[in-house]
Design a protein around this ligand. Sequence first.
Ligand code: GTP
Ligand code: MG
Length: 467
Amino acid sequence: MGISDFADSLARRVEGVGASVSEALFEPVIRLGVTGLSRAGKTVFITSLVANLLDRGRMPALSGAAQIRAAFLQPQPDDTVPRFDYESHLAALTGSAPHWPEGTRAISELRLSFRVAPSGFLGGVRGLRTVHLDIVDYPGEWLLDLGLMDKTFAQWSEGALSRLASRPRGDDYLARLAAADLGAPFGEPAAKALAEPFTAHLQAAREAGFSDCSPGRFLLPGEMAGSPVLTFAPIPPGDYPRGSLGREMERRFDAYKREVVRPFFRDHFARIDRQVVLVDVLGAIHAGPAALEDLRQSMAGILAAFRPGTAGFLAGLLGARRVEKILFAATKADHLHHSQHARLTAITEALLREARDRADFAGAKTQAMAIAALRATTEETLTHDGRDLPAVRGRLLDGRNAALYPGELPADPAQLLAPARGGAQHWLDEDYAIMGFAPAAVQLRPGDGPPHIRLDRAAEFLIGDKL
Ligand SMILES: Nc1nc2c(ncn2[C@@H]2O[C@H](COP(=O)(O)OP(=O)(O)OP(=O)(O)O)[C@@H](O)[C@H]2O)c(=O)[nH]1
Ligand SMILES: [Mg+2]
Protein backbone atom coordinates (compact mmCIF):
# COMPACT_ATOMS: atom_id res chain seq x y z
CA MET A 1 0.00 0.00 0.00
CA GLY A 2 1.46 3.38 -1.00
CA ILE A 3 1.36 6.38 1.27
CA SER A 4 -1.54 7.99 -0.54
CA ASP A 5 -3.46 4.67 -0.52
CA PHE A 6 -2.94 4.55 3.19
CA ALA A 7 -4.11 8.13 3.69
CA ASP A 8 -7.16 7.44 1.53
CA SER A 9 -8.14 4.36 3.45
CA LEU A 10 -7.54 6.04 6.79
CA ALA A 11 -9.74 8.98 5.81
CA ARG A 12 -12.40 6.58 4.67
CA ARG A 13 -12.35 4.65 7.88
CA VAL A 14 -12.64 7.75 10.02
CA GLU A 15 -15.46 9.02 7.82
CA GLY A 16 -16.99 5.54 7.93
CA VAL A 17 -17.18 5.46 11.71
CA GLY A 18 -19.53 8.42 11.94
CA ALA A 19 -21.72 7.13 9.17
CA SER A 20 -21.95 3.55 10.36
CA VAL A 21 -22.75 4.43 13.96
CA SER A 22 -25.70 6.61 13.04
CA GLU A 23 -26.85 4.23 10.30
CA ALA A 24 -26.68 1.12 12.41
CA LEU A 25 -28.58 2.76 15.25
CA PHE A 26 -31.18 4.51 13.20
CA GLU A 27 -31.67 4.10 9.49
CA PRO A 28 -29.83 1.59 7.33
CA VAL A 29 -28.61 2.79 3.94
CA ILE A 30 -28.10 0.48 0.98
CA ARG A 31 -25.88 1.91 -1.73
CA LEU A 32 -26.81 0.28 -5.02
CA GLY A 33 -24.40 0.82 -7.92
CA VAL A 34 -25.83 0.53 -11.43
CA THR A 35 -23.27 0.22 -14.18
CA GLY A 36 -22.74 -1.14 -17.68
CA LEU A 37 -21.09 0.01 -20.86
CA SER A 38 -22.56 2.89 -22.84
CA ARG A 39 -26.15 2.16 -24.06
CA ALA A 40 -26.42 -0.95 -21.87
CA GLY A 41 -29.66 0.38 -20.38
CA LYS A 42 -28.66 1.99 -17.06
CA THR A 43 -30.94 5.01 -17.25
CA VAL A 44 -33.97 2.97 -18.29
CA PHE A 45 -33.22 0.39 -15.59
CA ILE A 46 -33.02 2.93 -12.77
CA THR A 47 -36.10 4.83 -13.95
CA SER A 48 -38.24 1.71 -14.19
CA LEU A 49 -36.87 0.25 -10.96
CA VAL A 50 -37.71 3.39 -9.02
CA ALA A 51 -41.16 3.69 -10.60
CA ASN A 52 -41.85 0.03 -9.80
CA LEU A 53 -40.62 0.45 -6.22
CA LEU A 54 -42.85 3.47 -5.73
CA ASP A 55 -45.86 1.61 -7.23
CA ARG A 56 -45.34 -2.06 -6.52
CA GLY A 57 -48.26 -3.64 -8.38
CA ARG A 58 -45.96 -5.39 -10.83
CA MET A 59 -43.39 -6.59 -8.29
CA PRO A 60 -44.79 -9.92 -7.04
CA ALA A 61 -41.34 -11.53 -6.69
CA LEU A 62 -40.09 -8.82 -4.32
CA SER A 63 -40.69 -10.60 -1.02
CA GLY A 64 -40.50 -7.54 1.21
CA ALA A 65 -43.02 -5.60 -0.87
CA ALA A 66 -45.92 -6.46 1.42
CA GLN A 67 -44.04 -4.96 4.35
CA ILE A 68 -43.49 -1.58 2.68
CA ARG A 69 -45.96 0.96 4.01
CA ALA A 70 -44.62 3.93 2.08
CA ALA A 71 -41.91 4.69 -0.48
CA PHE A 72 -40.80 8.19 -1.38
CA LEU A 73 -37.95 10.12 -3.00
CA GLN A 74 -35.74 12.17 -0.72
CA PRO A 75 -32.83 14.56 -1.13
CA GLN A 76 -29.68 12.50 -1.66
CA PRO A 77 -26.83 12.52 0.86
CA ASP A 78 -24.07 13.70 -1.52
CA ASP A 79 -24.47 17.39 -2.29
CA THR A 80 -21.92 17.57 -5.09
CA VAL A 81 -23.07 14.58 -7.18
CA PRO A 82 -25.67 15.36 -9.87
CA ARG A 83 -29.13 14.04 -9.05
CA PHE A 84 -30.46 11.26 -11.31
CA ASP A 85 -33.17 13.08 -13.26
CA TYR A 86 -35.89 10.55 -12.50
CA GLU A 87 -38.89 12.71 -13.32
CA SER A 88 -37.67 13.70 -16.81
CA HIS A 89 -36.66 10.14 -17.68
CA LEU A 90 -40.00 8.76 -16.49
CA ALA A 91 -41.87 11.41 -18.47
CA ALA A 92 -39.90 10.41 -21.59
CA LEU A 93 -40.66 6.70 -21.14
CA THR A 94 -44.30 6.87 -20.11
CA GLY A 95 -45.57 10.21 -21.45
CA SER A 96 -48.05 10.66 -24.27
CA ALA A 97 -45.34 10.27 -26.95
CA PRO A 98 -43.08 7.67 -25.31
CA HIS A 99 -39.40 7.81 -26.28
CA TRP A 100 -36.06 6.61 -24.88
CA PRO A 101 -34.16 9.01 -22.64
CA GLU A 102 -30.98 10.74 -23.80
CA GLY A 103 -27.60 9.16 -23.16
CA THR A 104 -25.97 10.09 -19.86
CA ARG A 105 -22.53 11.63 -19.62
CA ALA A 106 -21.56 11.27 -15.99
CA ILE A 107 -22.32 9.86 -12.59
CA SER A 108 -25.62 10.61 -10.86
CA GLU A 109 -27.46 9.58 -7.74
CA LEU A 110 -30.98 9.25 -6.31
CA ARG A 111 -32.27 8.41 -2.82
CA LEU A 112 -35.42 6.35 -2.40
CA SER A 113 -36.62 5.78 1.16
CA PHE A 114 -38.98 3.12 2.51
CA ARG A 115 -41.08 2.96 5.63
CA VAL A 116 -41.15 -0.74 6.42
CA ALA A 117 -43.30 -2.65 8.87
CA PRO A 118 -41.49 -5.43 10.73
CA SER A 119 -42.76 -8.89 9.82
CA GLY A 120 -43.51 -11.87 12.03
CA PHE A 121 -44.19 -12.21 15.71
CA LEU A 122 -42.72 -8.89 16.82
CA GLY A 123 -44.49 -7.07 14.00
CA GLY A 124 -47.23 -5.69 16.15
CA VAL A 125 -44.90 -4.57 18.91
CA ARG A 126 -42.25 -2.62 17.05
CA GLY A 127 -42.90 0.48 14.94
CA LEU A 128 -42.02 1.23 11.35
CA ARG A 129 -38.37 1.22 10.28
CA THR A 130 -36.87 3.50 7.63
CA VAL A 131 -34.54 2.06 4.99
CA HIS A 132 -32.75 4.26 2.45
CA LEU A 133 -31.78 3.06 -1.00
CA ASP A 134 -29.14 5.26 -2.64
CA ILE A 135 -28.91 4.40 -6.33
CA VAL A 136 -25.73 5.45 -8.15
CA ASP A 137 -25.58 5.44 -11.96
CA TYR A 138 -22.01 5.41 -13.30
CA PRO A 139 -20.44 4.40 -16.65
CA GLY A 140 -18.87 0.95 -16.86
CA GLU A 141 -16.11 2.52 -18.94
CA TRP A 142 -14.82 4.10 -15.74
CA LEU A 143 -14.34 0.67 -14.18
CA LEU A 144 -12.25 -0.40 -17.16
CA ASP A 145 -9.79 2.32 -16.19
CA LEU A 146 -8.84 0.16 -13.25
CA GLY A 147 -6.74 -1.77 -15.76
CA LEU A 148 -4.57 1.34 -16.20
CA MET A 149 -3.67 1.66 -12.55
CA ASP A 150 -0.97 -0.99 -12.48
CA LYS A 151 0.40 -0.14 -15.93
CA THR A 152 3.23 2.18 -16.76
CA PHE A 153 2.81 4.58 -19.65
CA ALA A 154 5.05 2.37 -21.78
CA GLN A 155 3.01 -0.75 -21.02
CA TRP A 156 -0.27 1.01 -21.70
CA SER A 157 1.05 2.52 -24.94
CA GLU A 158 2.23 -0.85 -26.18
CA GLY A 159 -1.22 -2.43 -25.68
CA ALA A 160 -3.12 0.51 -27.13
CA LEU A 161 -0.87 0.77 -30.20
CA SER A 162 -1.15 -2.94 -30.94
CA ARG A 163 -4.96 -2.68 -31.09
CA LEU A 164 -5.03 0.42 -33.27
CA ALA A 165 -4.25 -1.11 -36.66
CA SER A 166 -7.25 -3.42 -36.65
CA ARG A 167 -9.79 -0.90 -35.35
CA PRO A 168 -11.83 1.91 -36.89
CA ARG A 169 -9.87 5.08 -37.58
CA GLY A 170 -6.76 3.58 -36.03
CA ASP A 171 -4.87 4.30 -39.26
CA ASP A 172 -5.64 8.01 -38.98
CA TYR A 173 -4.01 8.12 -35.61
CA LEU A 174 -1.00 6.03 -36.66
CA ALA A 175 -0.44 8.37 -39.61
CA ARG A 176 -0.47 11.42 -37.31
CA LEU A 177 1.84 9.67 -34.91
CA ALA A 178 4.30 8.90 -37.69
CA ALA A 179 4.36 12.60 -38.58
CA ALA A 180 4.85 13.82 -35.00
CA ASP A 181 8.24 14.77 -33.54
CA LEU A 182 8.01 13.30 -30.06
CA GLY A 183 11.48 14.47 -29.04
CA ALA A 184 10.74 18.12 -29.91
CA PRO A 185 9.98 20.61 -27.12
CA PHE A 186 6.43 20.21 -25.85
CA GLY A 187 3.67 22.48 -27.20
CA GLU A 188 -0.04 22.17 -26.55
CA PRO A 189 -1.02 22.18 -30.27
CA ALA A 190 1.26 19.19 -30.87
CA ALA A 191 -0.34 17.31 -27.94
CA LYS A 192 -3.79 18.09 -29.26
CA ALA A 193 -2.79 17.00 -32.75
CA LEU A 194 -2.28 13.51 -31.31
CA ALA A 195 -5.00 13.40 -28.65
CA GLU A 196 -7.76 14.42 -31.04
CA PRO A 197 -7.32 11.66 -33.64
CA PHE A 198 -6.75 9.17 -30.83
CA THR A 199 -10.03 10.20 -29.17
CA ALA A 200 -11.81 10.10 -32.52
CA HIS A 201 -10.52 6.56 -32.98
CA LEU A 202 -11.81 5.51 -29.54
CA GLN A 203 -15.19 6.98 -30.37
CA ALA A 204 -15.35 5.24 -33.75
CA ALA A 205 -14.33 1.94 -32.14
CA ARG A 206 -17.04 2.40 -29.54
CA GLU A 207 -19.64 3.07 -32.22
CA ALA A 208 -18.51 0.02 -34.17
CA GLY A 209 -19.39 -2.07 -31.11
CA PHE A 210 -15.99 -2.43 -29.42
CA SER A 211 -16.26 -2.26 -25.65
CA ASP A 212 -12.65 -1.95 -24.56
CA CYS A 213 -12.06 1.71 -25.37
CA SER A 214 -10.12 3.08 -22.42
CA PRO A 215 -9.16 5.59 -21.07
CA GLY A 216 -12.85 5.79 -20.23
CA ARG A 217 -12.97 9.54 -19.68
CA PHE A 218 -11.88 10.15 -23.29
CA LEU A 219 -15.34 8.96 -24.32
CA LEU A 220 -17.25 10.62 -21.49
CA PRO A 221 -15.18 13.65 -20.56
CA GLY A 222 -17.90 15.66 -18.80
CA GLU A 223 -16.46 18.83 -17.34
CA MET A 224 -12.90 17.65 -17.98
CA ALA A 225 -13.25 18.01 -21.76
CA GLY A 226 -10.22 19.75 -23.22
CA SER A 227 -8.18 19.61 -20.01
CA PRO A 228 -4.52 18.48 -20.12
CA VAL A 229 -5.36 15.33 -18.20
CA LEU A 230 -7.42 14.17 -21.21
CA THR A 231 -4.95 15.43 -23.82
CA PHE A 232 -2.49 12.59 -24.29
CA ALA A 233 -2.14 9.52 -26.51
CA PRO A 234 -0.09 6.31 -26.74
CA ILE A 235 3.39 6.59 -28.28
CA PRO A 236 6.21 4.12 -29.03
CA PRO A 237 8.79 3.52 -26.29
CA GLY A 238 11.77 5.84 -26.32
CA ASP A 239 14.08 7.93 -24.22
CA TYR A 240 12.40 11.28 -24.66
CA PRO A 241 14.30 14.31 -23.32
CA ARG A 242 12.96 16.47 -20.49
CA GLY A 243 10.43 19.03 -21.65
CA SER A 244 9.69 17.08 -24.82
CA LEU A 245 6.29 16.13 -26.21
CA GLY A 246 6.99 12.45 -25.51
CA ARG A 247 7.86 13.08 -21.87
CA GLU A 248 4.78 15.26 -21.32
CA MET A 249 2.53 12.49 -22.70
CA GLU A 250 3.84 10.19 -20.01
CA ARG A 251 3.35 12.81 -17.31
CA ARG A 252 -0.27 13.33 -18.35
CA PHE A 253 -0.97 9.62 -18.34
CA ASP A 254 0.22 9.50 -14.73
CA ALA A 255 -1.90 12.56 -13.90
CA TYR A 256 -4.93 10.81 -15.42
CA LYS A 257 -4.45 7.86 -13.09
CA ARG A 258 -3.93 10.08 -10.08
CA GLU A 259 -6.50 12.84 -10.68
CA VAL A 260 -9.25 10.97 -12.52
CA VAL A 261 -9.18 7.24 -11.89
CA ARG A 262 -8.20 7.19 -8.24
CA PRO A 263 -10.78 9.77 -7.04
CA PHE A 264 -13.60 7.88 -8.76
CA PHE A 265 -12.72 4.63 -7.05
CA ARG A 266 -12.20 6.34 -3.72
CA ASP A 267 -15.27 8.59 -3.65
CA HIS A 268 -17.82 6.42 -5.41
CA PHE A 269 -16.86 2.85 -6.08
CA ALA A 270 -15.50 2.13 -2.60
CA ARG A 271 -18.85 2.96 -0.98
CA ILE A 272 -21.07 0.57 -2.93
CA ASP A 273 -22.87 -2.29 -1.10
CA ARG A 274 -24.81 -3.93 -3.92
CA GLN A 275 -24.07 -3.78 -7.63
CA VAL A 276 -25.91 -4.48 -10.84
CA VAL A 277 -23.88 -4.78 -14.05
CA LEU A 278 -26.09 -4.40 -17.12
CA VAL A 279 -24.91 -6.11 -20.28
CA ASP A 280 -26.34 -5.70 -23.77
CA VAL A 281 -25.66 -9.31 -24.74
CA LEU A 282 -28.21 -9.31 -27.56
CA GLY A 283 -26.74 -6.17 -29.08
CA ALA A 284 -23.27 -7.75 -29.14
CA ILE A 285 -24.57 -11.00 -30.65
CA HIS A 286 -26.30 -8.97 -33.32
CA ALA A 287 -23.10 -7.01 -34.03
CA GLY A 288 -21.20 -10.27 -34.64
CA PRO A 289 -18.48 -12.54 -33.21
CA ALA A 290 -15.83 -9.81 -32.82
CA ALA A 291 -18.18 -7.63 -30.79
CA LEU A 292 -19.18 -10.55 -28.58
CA GLU A 293 -15.56 -11.48 -27.89
CA ASP A 294 -14.75 -7.87 -27.14
CA LEU A 295 -17.72 -7.71 -24.76
CA ARG A 296 -16.47 -10.83 -22.99
CA GLN A 297 -13.04 -9.30 -22.50
CA SER A 298 -14.48 -5.98 -21.35
CA MET A 299 -16.70 -7.75 -18.84
CA ALA A 300 -13.64 -9.51 -17.47
CA GLY A 301 -12.02 -6.09 -17.16
CA ILE A 302 -15.04 -4.62 -15.42
CA LEU A 303 -15.31 -7.56 -13.05
CA ALA A 304 -11.67 -7.16 -12.04
CA ALA A 305 -12.85 -4.18 -10.02
CA PHE A 306 -14.92 -6.55 -7.87
CA ARG A 307 -11.97 -8.78 -7.13
CA PRO A 308 -9.85 -6.51 -4.98
CA GLY A 309 -7.08 -9.09 -4.85
CA THR A 310 -6.14 -8.17 -8.40
CA ALA A 311 -5.38 -4.50 -7.87
CA GLY A 312 -3.28 -3.49 -4.89
CA PHE A 313 -4.36 0.11 -5.04
CA LEU A 314 -8.01 -0.87 -4.76
CA ALA A 315 -7.43 -3.20 -1.82
CA GLY A 316 -5.89 -0.25 -0.02
CA LEU A 317 -8.93 1.90 -0.70
CA LEU A 318 -11.51 -0.68 0.24
CA GLY A 319 -10.06 -1.89 3.51
CA ALA A 320 -12.36 -4.62 4.78
CA ARG A 321 -15.34 -3.28 2.88
CA ARG A 322 -16.82 -5.41 0.07
CA VAL A 323 -19.65 -5.38 -2.40
CA GLU A 324 -22.05 -7.96 -0.99
CA LYS A 325 -24.04 -8.90 -4.06
CA ILE A 326 -23.49 -8.53 -7.78
CA LEU A 327 -26.21 -9.06 -10.36
CA PHE A 328 -25.27 -9.52 -14.02
CA ALA A 329 -28.32 -8.68 -16.04
CA ALA A 330 -28.64 -9.18 -19.79
CA THR A 331 -30.89 -6.27 -20.72
CA LYS A 332 -33.53 -5.76 -23.42
CA ALA A 333 -34.81 -9.36 -23.17
CA ASP A 334 -38.11 -8.08 -24.57
CA HIS A 335 -36.47 -8.51 -28.00
CA LEU A 336 -36.93 -12.24 -27.46
CA HIS A 337 -39.94 -14.46 -27.00
CA HIS A 338 -39.89 -15.81 -23.44
CA SER A 339 -39.14 -19.30 -24.73
CA GLN A 340 -35.59 -18.05 -25.43
CA HIS A 341 -34.93 -16.21 -22.17
CA ALA A 342 -33.27 -19.18 -20.47
CA ARG A 343 -30.79 -19.38 -23.34
CA LEU A 344 -29.97 -15.70 -23.03
CA THR A 345 -29.32 -16.22 -19.33
CA ALA A 346 -27.08 -19.20 -20.08
CA ILE A 347 -25.05 -17.15 -22.57
CA THR A 348 -24.72 -14.34 -20.02
CA GLU A 349 -23.51 -16.80 -17.41
CA ALA A 350 -21.01 -18.28 -19.83
CA LEU A 351 -19.72 -14.81 -20.72
CA LEU A 352 -18.95 -14.21 -17.10
CA ARG A 353 -17.81 -17.67 -16.23
CA GLU A 354 -14.15 -17.20 -16.85
CA ALA A 355 -13.99 -14.07 -14.74
CA ARG A 356 -16.09 -15.76 -12.11
CA ASP A 357 -14.00 -18.94 -12.04
CA ARG A 358 -10.80 -17.08 -11.44
CA ALA A 359 -11.99 -15.70 -8.14
CA ASP A 360 -15.07 -15.79 -6.02
CA PHE A 361 -15.45 -12.01 -5.92
CA ALA A 362 -14.21 -12.05 -2.34
CA GLY A 363 -17.36 -13.65 -1.03
CA ALA A 364 -19.92 -11.56 -2.91
CA LYS A 365 -23.06 -13.39 -3.99
CA THR A 366 -23.50 -13.31 -7.74
CA GLN A 367 -26.31 -14.14 -10.11
CA ALA A 368 -27.01 -13.83 -13.86
CA MET A 369 -30.45 -12.99 -15.24
CA ALA A 370 -32.18 -11.90 -18.45
CA ILE A 371 -34.40 -8.86 -17.90
CA ALA A 372 -36.15 -6.01 -19.64
CA ALA A 373 -36.39 -2.92 -17.48
CA LEU A 374 -39.09 -1.58 -19.77
CA ARG A 375 -41.02 -4.06 -21.84
CA ALA A 376 -41.61 -2.56 -25.29
CA THR A 377 -43.06 -5.62 -27.05
CA THR A 378 -45.77 -8.27 -26.93
CA GLU A 379 -45.33 -11.91 -27.94
CA GLU A 380 -46.66 -13.44 -31.08
CA THR A 381 -46.14 -16.56 -33.20
CA LEU A 382 -45.26 -16.06 -36.87
CA THR A 383 -45.61 -18.78 -39.48
CA HIS A 384 -42.92 -18.98 -42.11
CA ASP A 385 -42.49 -21.85 -44.60
CA GLY A 386 -44.81 -23.93 -42.48
CA ARG A 387 -42.66 -23.35 -39.39
CA ASP A 388 -43.91 -21.63 -36.21
CA LEU A 389 -41.51 -18.88 -35.15
CA PRO A 390 -41.71 -17.41 -31.64
CA ALA A 391 -41.60 -13.66 -32.25
CA VAL A 392 -42.23 -10.30 -30.61
CA ARG A 393 -44.15 -7.29 -31.88
CA GLY A 394 -43.65 -3.63 -31.11
CA ARG A 395 -43.73 -0.08 -32.40
CA LEU A 396 -40.61 0.98 -34.29
CA LEU A 397 -38.94 4.33 -33.75
CA ASP A 398 -40.56 5.65 -36.94
CA GLY A 399 -44.02 4.79 -35.60
CA ARG A 400 -44.63 1.70 -37.74
CA ASN A 401 -45.63 -1.54 -36.09
CA ALA A 402 -43.51 -4.62 -36.75
CA ALA A 403 -43.03 -8.23 -35.71
CA LEU A 404 -39.52 -9.56 -35.21
CA TYR A 405 -38.18 -13.08 -35.17
CA PRO A 406 -34.68 -12.48 -33.86
CA GLY A 407 -33.23 -15.90 -34.73
CA GLU A 408 -32.88 -18.86 -32.44
CA LEU A 409 -30.19 -18.60 -29.79
CA PRO A 410 -28.25 -21.86 -29.36
CA ALA A 411 -28.90 -24.02 -26.30
CA ASP A 412 -25.16 -24.38 -25.84
CA PRO A 413 -23.52 -20.97 -25.30
CA ALA A 414 -20.23 -22.35 -26.66
CA GLN A 415 -21.76 -22.29 -30.13
CA LEU A 416 -21.48 -18.52 -29.96
CA LEU A 417 -18.58 -18.00 -27.59
CA ALA A 418 -16.16 -20.44 -29.22
CA PRO A 419 -16.24 -18.92 -32.72
CA ALA A 420 -16.12 -15.44 -31.15
CA ARG A 421 -12.97 -16.39 -29.29
CA GLY A 422 -11.56 -18.04 -32.40
CA GLY A 423 -11.78 -14.79 -34.35
CA ALA A 424 -14.67 -15.72 -36.67
CA GLN A 425 -15.93 -12.94 -38.93
CA HIS A 426 -19.57 -14.05 -39.14
CA TRP A 427 -21.96 -16.39 -37.38
CA LEU A 428 -22.20 -19.65 -39.27
CA ASP A 429 -25.73 -20.89 -38.81
CA GLU A 430 -27.97 -17.97 -38.00
CA ASP A 431 -28.23 -14.25 -38.34
CA TYR A 432 -29.37 -12.53 -35.18
CA ALA A 433 -31.60 -9.55 -35.62
CA ILE A 434 -32.65 -6.80 -33.28
CA MET A 435 -34.91 -3.86 -33.96
CA GLY A 436 -35.12 -0.38 -32.57
CA PHE A 437 -38.43 -0.64 -30.76
CA ALA A 438 -39.80 2.47 -29.11
CA PRO A 439 -41.29 2.26 -25.61
CA ALA A 440 -44.91 1.14 -25.85
CA ALA A 441 -47.68 3.57 -24.99
CA VAL A 442 -49.18 2.30 -21.76
CA GLN A 443 -52.05 3.25 -19.52
CA LEU A 444 -50.83 2.52 -16.02
CA ARG A 445 -53.42 1.39 -13.50
CA PRO A 446 -53.12 3.03 -10.09
CA GLY A 447 -50.57 1.11 -8.04
CA ASP A 448 -48.77 -0.30 -11.09
CA GLY A 449 -45.34 0.72 -12.33
CA PRO A 450 -44.26 0.45 -16.00
CA PRO A 451 -44.27 -3.06 -17.58
CA HIS A 452 -41.00 -5.01 -17.33
CA ILE A 453 -39.58 -8.51 -17.45
CA ARG A 454 -38.14 -9.91 -14.19
CA LEU A 455 -37.30 -6.51 -12.72
CA ASP A 456 -38.95 -7.75 -9.53
CA ARG A 457 -36.58 -10.72 -9.40
CA ALA A 458 -33.64 -8.42 -9.94
CA ALA A 459 -34.86 -6.20 -7.08
CA GLU A 460 -35.42 -9.23 -4.86
CA PHE A 461 -31.85 -10.41 -5.36
CA LEU A 462 -30.38 -6.94 -4.85
CA ILE A 463 -32.33 -5.54 -1.90
CA GLY A 464 -35.01 -8.06 -0.88
CA ASP A 465 -33.11 -9.13 2.25
CA LYS A 466 -33.00 -5.56 3.54
CA LEU A 467 -36.74 -4.82 3.44
N1 GTP B 1 -36.53 -2.88 -25.85
C1 GTP B 1 -35.85 -2.36 -24.84
N2 GTP B 1 -34.87 -1.46 -25.10
C2 GTP B 1 -34.19 -0.95 -24.07
C3 GTP B 1 -34.45 -1.29 -22.72
N3 GTP B 1 -33.59 -0.62 -21.93
C4 GTP B 1 -32.82 0.12 -22.76
N4 GTP B 1 -33.18 -0.06 -24.05
C5 GTP B 1 -32.55 0.53 -25.26
O1 GTP B 1 -31.21 0.83 -24.96
C6 GTP B 1 -30.97 2.23 -25.12
C7 GTP B 1 -30.02 2.72 -24.08
O2 GTP B 1 -30.67 2.73 -22.81
P1 GTP B 1 -30.18 3.71 -21.65
O3 GTP B 1 -30.92 3.33 -20.43
O4 GTP B 1 -30.20 5.11 -22.09
O5 GTP B 1 -28.67 3.21 -21.56
P2 GTP B 1 -27.50 3.82 -20.66
O6 GTP B 1 -26.69 2.67 -20.20
O7 GTP B 1 -28.05 4.74 -19.64
O8 GTP B 1 -26.70 4.61 -21.79
P3 GTP B 1 -25.66 5.83 -21.58
O9 GTP B 1 -26.30 6.77 -20.62
O10 GTP B 1 -25.50 6.38 -22.95
O11 GTP B 1 -24.42 5.19 -21.07
C8 GTP B 1 -32.34 2.89 -25.07
O12 GTP B 1 -32.34 4.09 -25.78
C9 GTP B 1 -33.21 1.81 -25.69
O13 GTP B 1 -33.12 1.89 -27.09
C10 GTP B 1 -35.49 -2.26 -22.46
O14 GTP B 1 -35.79 -2.66 -21.33
N5 GTP B 1 -36.16 -2.75 -23.56
MG1 MG C 1 -27.68 6.63 -19.13
